[in-house]
Design a protein. Structure first.
Length: 416
């Protein structure tokens, strides 16, 4: 672990390098993610009954954060090609904390809740990909692949903490307290930013929102579209996992040890090692092949969960554990693949497209599962959960199609 003390020319204070830099950014991201799933965590037990929400409305509320993210990340992530990403990271972290706090103070129904959740999502748009850019701008080229995977996989650890803290606080002191507590999380990233040395990116060419070079990069776009499929599935299950397991435990009340809190936290904790191992597998066997196998496996597991949705918790638990591994196992490989395939001159713009597609489909996944539940009988029906998991399976199968398109398109371009 290395730290550098900056002198008169570089400013004063301590600047992180190497492993200490990676560790600080991963810890900072854990703080940024503390509010990330507070809304899905309390939907089933608090917001749906108190605000009388349908499945589609609940999905809309949960997806509003991703929608706010999607609307602003193209500008914020692309700006990192022009200014130090640390500056955007600081502003985004502060806004994320503010939006979360406002939800706890003033949200009183679907639309006010969606507004404040969207504000928090805008803040997260200034934190996640700009945070990744702030990290990669300060790393040696050979450190990038595994560092990116550690950063993206720490996302899952942060989500597990968010599930745990949100539900425990809400059950002990009420759902509004969950927002007050988790709003403090992004301040950790603000502290990490104080330890980053200033970096001025090389002058970018073209207009700010010129994504033409990104669309022309077939290799990168395959990973971007695959990431969209991944996010559809991931956010769909994260939004509705607590509600699903609430259905399972209510149907089999004798098996109360496997509570929604336990299942949601374990599900998220498994994602970090799954993402790291998935990237290592991709490095060994080929990125496209490894990601495709993982995505197809995930679709199969989702369908099995849907088919056996009315079975006992002990019967379903191995399937949930398997799903907890297959859902995130492609995440690190997709993001590191996108970063390495991106033209260095347009890396920020490529990251912006990556996040825009990913979080657009995140919002769609949360809402789409809710619509499927409504159409098939509601969250208390086993057939509705079959429909919900079928939607998730269909969504992730778009990923292998996108990767196949990118591979064949690249061959065509080379022949031409």
């Amino acid at each position: 672990m290395r730290m550098r003390v900056l002198g008169a020319r570089g400013g004063s204070g301590i600047s992180l390098e190497g492993r200490s830099l990676i560790a600080a950014m991963c810890v900072g991201q854990l703080g940024s993610l503390l509010p990330h799933v507070v809304v899905p965590s309390i939907l089933a037990a608090f917001l749906i009954p108190e605000w009388h929400l349908s499945g589609a409305q609940a999905g809309l509320l949960a997806g509003s954060g991703a929608a706010g993210y999607t609307l602003t990340v193209p500008v914020l992530a692309t700006l990192t090609d022009r200014i130090d990403a640390r500056k955007i990271l600081i502003a985004g972290s502060a806004l994320s904390a503010l939006g979360t706090l406002l939800f706890g103070l003033f949200a009183s129904g679907l639309w006010s809740g969606a507004l404040f959740n969207a504000i928090a999502g805008v803040g997260f748009a200034g934190a996640y990909m700009p945070g990744l850019k702030a990290l990669t701008d300060r790393l040696a080229p050979g450190d990038s692949s595994r560092a990116i995977t550690l950063y993206t996989s720490s996302f899952s650890l942060g989500v597990s903490l968010s599930f745990l803290v949100s539900q425990l606080v809400a059950e002990s002191w009420g759902w509004r307290s969950a927002f007050f507590v988790t709003a403090a999380g992004p301040l950790v990233m603000l502290l990490a930013c104080l330890l980053l040395r200033p970096v001025q990116p090389k002058p970018a060419q073209g207009r700010l929102l010129d994504f033409a070079p990104v669309f022309q990069n077939t290799d990168a776009m395959g990973f971007v579209l695959g990431y969209g499929a991944h996010c559809f599935e991931l956010y769909g299950i994260r939004t509705w996992l607590v509600a699903f397991w609430t259905f399972v435990t209510m149907k089999h009340s004798s098996s109360s040890v496997l509570t929604p809190i336990v299942v949601s936290v374990v599900f998220s904790l498994l994602a970090m090692p799954a993402s790291i191992l998935g990237n290592e597998w991709a490095l060994k066997f080929g990125r496209h092949r490894a990601i495709t196998v993982v995505m197809i496996s995930s679709a199969v597991v989702a369908l099995l969960i849907g088919i056996f949705a009315d079975k006992s918790p002990l019967f379903l638990l191995p399937l949930i554990v398997a799903y907890a591994i297959t859902v995130p196992a492609d995440s690190g490989a997709l993001t590191s693949g996108m970063t390495m395939a991106a033209d260095p001159r347009y890396r920020g713009a490529t990251m912006a497209m990556h996040s825009t597609v990913g979080f657009s489909l995140s919002a769609l996944g949360a809402w789409g599962v809710g619509v499927a539940l409504d159409l098939a009988g509601g969250p208390s029906s086993a057939s509705a959960w079959m429909a919900a998991f079928s939607v998730l399976a269909l969504g992730i199968l778009f990923g292998p199609v996108a990767l196949y398109w990118s591979r064949t398109r690249r061959v065509v371009l080379r022949v031409d």
